[in-house]
Unconditional design. Structure first.
Length: 79
């Protein structure tokens, strides 16, 4: 669980580093959506693993959220 927390922190810091490198002065909607997805994933995965929950639909939600974060990060759509 400590490794998961450190990985989430590294992703968060590198994401804000990317925002600074792209010189984005205002946070776009895609940034807020991606931040929300990462917060949800950061909380949901340890809960699913620690409680040994075998809910396939929750794991599907984790997978879909990850795909959504990838989509937002690669394409950076302008909503």
């Amino acid at each position: 669980m400590i490794l998961h927390g450190l990985a989430v922190l590294a992703i968060l810091v590198s994401g804000f580093g990317l925002i600074a490198r792209l010189k984005m002065h205002s946070l776009s909607l895609w940034i807020w959506l991606k931040l929300g997805i990462w917060i949800i994933l950061g909380i949901l995965i340890p809960v699913l693993v620690a409680r040994k929950v075998n809910k396939r639909w929750l794991w599907l939600l984790v997978f879909a959220s990850g795909l959504g974060a990838i989509y937002l990060g690669v394409l950076k759509p302008a909503f």
